[in-house]
Design a protein around this ligand. Structure first.
Ligand code: FE2
Length: 285
């Protein structure tokens, strides 16, 4: 092994994917970046869907009533609005720069529908796994409008929306999560500037380029628009961009537990998945 790489704490890209086109809900077209045959999961991340369309027929059907159990869904919008409603009477609208971090826990039934009939809808839904000990916890929300999600503005013009985690300049995100201690940043990096973020050495960490192109790692490996880059082990992420770039930086502690999937349910065993389907069928959610 190269001694420099071995000693380096700067993370390098070890895999990339553009994701695969997918349709979910009632005909919503998206790119499935994590959770497809190309990249099944990145423990603890089970799924990442990227939405970006100004064609109403791509999103107008939304996601009518459906259940979840055993993990968390994180909805973050860049453009457009989504209304959610659940079977416990909770309801709200997610707006650009706002976030909904929903702990489905033992079970929730909800709908997620576009709050618009035309225009651009753009954003992400990330599924974050729960440890076995918390899969059947009570459902809960951490939901913040744009005005309550910190936006760090640096002297060099870099803007960082801090959903979760702490930046190198000390801005603390709004979401609390003691299961996997996530970092979730939306970074807008001006041309010619650089950005560094400390991360736990063993965390699972990825970058997703929203716009522009970036260079990362000691080799300046390029990552283009709409590409996901999985980062190898290390204690720091370093990003430069000659042209300017906007990207997500997401990091969390892996759970290293068995994963059993069944559509909207993610548990540890097949038996627990069968139980989830049975509970849903018999209105025990
Ligand atoms: Fe959902």
């Amino acid at each position: 092994m190269n001694a420099n790489l071995q000693n380096s704490s700067t993370r390098e890209i070890v895999a990339t994917t553009p994701g695969v086109p997918a349709t979910d809900g009632d005909g919503v077209r998206m790119t499935r970046v994590i959770g497809s045959h190309e990249l099944n999961m990145l423990d603890p991340f089970l799924l990442l869907d990227a939405f970006e369309s100004d064609r109403p027929q791509d999103y107008i059907g939304g996601f009518p009533s459906h259940p979840h159990r055993g993990f968390e869904t994180v909805t973050y919008l860049l453009a457009g609005r989504m209304r959610h409603k659940d079977n416990a009477g909770n309801e709200g609208v997610i707006e650009p720069g706002g976030v909904q971090w929903m702990t489905a826990g033992k079970g929730i039934i909800h709908s997620e529908m576009p709050e618009q009939e035309n225009g651009l809808l753009m954003g992400f839904q990330l599924w974050v796994n729960l440890p076995a000990s918390a899969k059947m916890t009570e459902p809960g929300y951490q939901e913040y409008p744009p005005a309550e999600t910190p936006l760090e503005v640096r002297d060099n013009g870099t803007e960082v929306r801090v959903i979760a985690g702490t930046t190198s300049e000390g801005t603390v995100g709004v979401v609390r999560n003691e299961y996997v201690h996530p970092t979730y940043l939306d970074v807008s990096l001006p041309a010619g500037q650089s950005f560094t973020q400390p991360v736990n050495r063993k965390d699972t960490t990825f970058l997703f380029v929203i716009d522009g192109q970036l260079e990362t790692g000691t080799q300046g490996t390029q990552l283009g628009r709409r590409m996901l880059g999985v980062l190898g082990e290390g204690s720091e992420v370093e990003v430069n961009s000659a042209t300017g770039s906007r990207f997500l930086l997401v990091s969390a502690q892996p759970l290293n537990e068995p994963v059993a999937r069944g559509g909207p349910f993610v548990m540890n065993t097949k038996e627990e998945i069968m139980q989830a389907f049975d509970d849903y069928k018999h209105n025990r959610f």
